[in-house]
Design a protein around this ligand. Structure first.
Ligand SMILES: [Zn+2]
Length: 77
């Protein structure tokens, strides 16, 4: 089972479909079983879809990287 911290690290790859099968299964298991991460994932998805709905495509990519870094730092403590 992955930890909450690992889940955050995997989140970008998960939403990109870049995780391998085993990792994405563990991701699913954790995000379903952990209330914190479940809520967190929902918030993150909303943020990403909001960013993706912006007209300029370059800025969202840059922003989502920044958000990813920010989340890692936030959860890494
Ligand atoms: Zn968790």
């Amino acid at each position: 089972m992955i930890s909450c911290k690992e889940l955050v690290t995997f989140m970008i790859d998960y939403l990109d479909g870049a995780l391998d099968f085993k990792a994405s299964q563990e991701f699913d298991l954790h995000s379903v079983g952990c209330l914190d991460c479940h809520a967190f994932l929902n918030t993150y998805k909303k943020t990403v879809s909001l960013l993706n709905s912006l007209p300029c495509e370059e800025i969202p990519a840059e922003l989502s990287i920044r958000i990813g870094t920010f989340l890692r730092e936030k959860r890494g403590r």
